[in-house]
Each structure stands twice: as C-alpha cells, then as structure tokens.
Design a protein around this ligand. Structure first.
Ligand SMILES: [Fe+2]
Length: 200
C-alpha cells in the first residue's frame, strides 16, 4: 500500500514536472532553455545549414570588400568547451545574405572562415544581413574545434519583427547587439559539446 501510494505520488510529481516543462517550453517558443554549461551560456544549439552553404570559403576575418553595401557590424566572442575552457584554433566559417537578402552562390561574397586565437576569441567584420522570404535576419556559421565534429548553426538579432514568424528561429541563438561607431557591435559565445555532433 505504501509502495503504491509512493508510486502515485511519484507519478503525480512527474506529471507536474511535465506540465511545468511544457509551459516553460511554450514561454520560450517551443522548448525548454538549455542547462547553462559555461557561466550563463548553454550548449550552442545546432541548426540547418540551409541551401546556400559553399565549401572552401576564403580565409578572412573581414567580409568587407568594394561594393558591399549595408550597415557595418562586428561580431565577436569566444569558442568554449562544454566545461568552459577556451578553444584555440577553432575554425569559424561564416556565410550570409547581403543587405538585400541575396546570397552569392557563384563566388564567395560575404563568405569567409577564420581561426579562433589562443584565448578562443574570434572577430568577424561584415554587414548586417538582409531578410529574405520566409527567414528573419541571420548569419550562418560552421564552428569546429580541432579534431571535433562540426557544429552548424545560425545567429540571430534581438527585437526583429521576423523572429517570431520564422519557424527556424531559436531565442538561444540571439546575439547581444548594440550600436557602435559607424555600425553595430554584436557578441556571441559558442559552447561546443562534442557529443552533440556525434548524435547528429
Ligand atoms: Fe540563410
């Protein structure tokens, strides 16, 4: 009898937990927030690469070149392990739409890769990507620690009207963005979980 009551209590508690998680998921737009892995940062979620990735991008931290219009932006941050250690020499391969929402699918305009430095830091100079049909404003990026699986994900902007209409949008992938001299300054910390890459 005692055991049966305990089991009922357990099932009741489990149901309450499920309801609590479901309501949190609704509040977050579909899923619970990840458990913080590194300070305030959870493991960075993977996302689809979409149809416009091209391999063999040039190695460059600045995607600015003649003829590139739009609002300048610097995105910087750190690549970290799940136990919060910086990852030197991680490859970060960025690609994005131009300010009009167009990808360069013949050349390498607004595409480039770089390596994180000895402290795991990266710094991208570019322009704010434009919206295109069905998608809110975003960067694409592949991040790979040496000898580890590739994390493919996307970075988003806060306060964009299109965020809530975009089925791929993930609030945990929103950068911190502020106005700087002559453009925007954005930050994002990548936290890599090697097991996540192996599960995919
Ligand atoms: Fe895209």
């Amino acid at each position: 009898m005692k055991e049966r009551r305990s089991r009922r209590e357990f099932l009741g508690a489990s149901a309450a937990l499920v309801i609590a998680l479901a309501s949190e998921a609704r509040a977050q737009g579909g899923r619970p927030r990840p458990t913080p892995a590194c300070g305030e940062y959870g493991v960075t979620h993977p996302q689809t690469p979409g149809p416009f990735f091209k391999p063999s991008s040039p190695m460059r931290a600045s995607l600015i070149e003649p003829g590139i219009g739009g609002t300048r932006i610097v995105v910087e941050g750190t690549v970290m392990t799940i136990d919060c250690k910086p990852v030197p020499r991680a490859i970060l391969d960025f690609w994005q739409a131009d300010s009009q929402g167009e990808y360069d699918n013949t050349g390498f305009r607004l595409r480039g890769h770089q390596l994180s430095d000895d402290a795991g830091r990266y710094r991208l100079e570019s322009v704010v990507p434009g919206n295109y049909p069905g998608r809110t404003r975003h960067f694409h990026v592949n991040v790979q620690a040496p000898g580890q699986p590739v994390l493919t994900t996307q970075l988003y902007f806060p306060g964009e009207p299109g965020n809530q209409r975009d089925g791929i949008f993930d609030p945990d992938l929103v950068m911190k963005v502020r106005d700087g001299d002559g453009g925007k300054l954005a930050t994002f910390v990548f936290v890599l979980d090697p097991a996540q890459g192996r599960r995919r």
